[in-house]
Design a protein around this ligand. Structure first.
Ligand code: GLU
Length: 453
């Protein structure tokens, strides 16, 4: 399962040096590129044609990057200023596709790491979508609905000119859900005078959205883990699961894990985590997080008989069989990995984008613990976005059950593709290499076919 830590192959090291040199200070982007390049050693050996056409070098350079001013007026009448981003990374397989993140930590390095990951993730889904990401350093926390609306309108007033159902199709990410997509779509429609449903995904069910899109990333992660377990002759039955986060991905991962027979004993937010040995009460969690947009500490207060709240301590100290990091990048470091391994955790599957640091991933490999990367595990969200685009194009609306079955099938295919590719390239059981190589080859072949562009 683990592979030796050989560092990068010589030609790939050159590419990595070029990336760090051209993009100084963008550490998350460097990290995401390094992780993919590390997997490509057996690919460059087998396929010299990729080097000849500079496919990997071109892949590391976004096709287009847009950075723009987003001015808006707060409820007190003061003018506020944020920065907006859209990085259109690669369109070899289809229109640029990827979410928008509104969070104070957003800067170019975060958007580029997410956009880079998105290329391979989207490729792995097998759907015709390229890779992109965008967002802003706008902090929605504590903002009124009207402030969020005015911000979204200002953001779209610049972004609309770069979008289109065949050009670039954003969706949500951290800080951007159905409410924000609604405000963004409303402004796009107003400016362009077109009801172009396929220009954004994650829309509401009454105005062009798809069933299961809200649940898709979390459900997809649980489906992926079902496949990992099945490959070992196991199931979720009786398994203790820890899920970090309590946003959209976490909530629906918890829901599906419970439906599949596992018990989620802990979840968290940026303030701390809550442990409930009998299983997280999902209705209460949804009420607090989705309806009231409150804190996880309120959950513990409401359930003081059975739940315990721990602040300022990592959730990874809670013993479990399976861990699903579903919060944010680099949330699980070497210490977290050591705690999980020490407590006998068997499977770590990333619901978020790049939540495990390289040191944590290395520790899992050394301990023989199964590790599945975000670009495979959380691909169900964007895959269901592609299903939404498909429904919009044909003016159809599929039933929940049918859409969920398609999602389950897509996750099964992604899982199997990762394992087969890992086998083919001499890395049996390695989901990281399997995902990176399978995702890469499909994009690389398309880039070769399309010529030097
Ligand atoms: N932001 C999600 C992701 O990380 C979804 C993107 C989409 O649906 O376009 O994949």
């Amino acid at each position: 399962m683990s592979r030796p830590h050989e560092g990068l192959e010589e030609s790939l090291q050159k590419i990595y040096d070029e990336v760090t040199g051209r993009n100084p200070g963008e550490t998350e982007f460097h990290q995401a590129v390094y992780e993919v390049l590390e997997s490509l050693r057996p690919v460059v050996a087998k396929h010299p044609e990729y080097a000849d056409a500079a496919v990997i070098r071109r892949l590391c350079e976004p096709e287009r990057q847009v950075i723009f001013r987003v001015p808006w007026v707060d409820d007190e009448g003061a003018v506020r200023l944020n920065r907006g981003f859209r990085v259109e990374f690669n369109s070899a397989l289809g229109p640029y596709k990827g979410g928008l993140r509104f969070h104070p930590s957003v800067y170019l390095g975060i958007v580029k790491f997410l956009g880079f990951e998105q290329i391979f993730k989207n490729s792995l889904t097998g759907m015709p979508i390229g890779g992109a990401k965008g967002g802003s350093d706008f902090d929605p926390k504590g903002r009124s609905v009207n402030e969020v609306m005015r911000f979204c309108q200002s953001f779209m007033t610049e972004l609309y000119r770069h979008l289109g159902e065949h050009t670039d199709v954003p969706a949500g990410d951290i800080g951007v859900g159905t409410r924000e997509i609604g405000f963004l779509f409303g402004q796009y429609k107003r400016i362009t005078n077109r009801y172009e449903s396929g220009v954004l995904t994650g829309k509401g069910l009454t105005w062009g959205g798809s069933q299961v899109r809200t649940e898709a990333t979390g459900y997809g992660a649980a489906f992926f883990v079902t496949e990992v377990l099945a490959a070992r002759g196991e199931s979720f039955d009786g398994k203790k699961v820890v899920v970090s986060g309590s946003g959209n991905v976490a909530i629906y991962a918890i829901e599906k894990v419970h439906q599949l027979g596992g018990t989620v004993v802990a979840c968290s937010d940026s303030g701390g985590y809550v442990v409930e040995p009998g299983g997280i009460d999902l209705e209460l969690l949804k009420e607090i997080k989705e309806v009231r947009r409150g804190r996880i500490s309120e959950y513990a207060e409401k359930r003081s008989d059975t739940a315990r709240y721990v602040s300022d301590s990592p959730i990874w100290e809670v013993p479990c069989d399976i861990a699903l990091p579903c919060a944010t990048q680099n949330e699980l470091d070497a210490d977290g990995a050591a705690a999980l391994i020490g407590n006998g955790c068997q499977i770590i599957a990333e619901g978020a984008n790049m939540p495990c640091t390289p040191k944590a991933v290395e520790a899992f490999a050394e301990a023989g613990v199964t590790f599945a990367p975000g670009k495979a595990v959380n691909a169900g969200g964007v895959a269901t976005s592609a299903l939404e685009m498909q429904q919009n194009a044909s003016r159809e609306a599929w039933l929940f059950e049918d859409t969920e079955e398609r999602l389950a099938q897509i996750m099964r295919r992604i899982h199997d593709r990762c394992l087969h590719t890992a086998d083919d390239y001499g890395r049996p059981g390695n989901y990281v290499d399997g995902a990176n190589i399978a995702g890469f080859i499909q994009v690389a072949d398309a880039m070769l076919a399309l010529g030097v562009i």
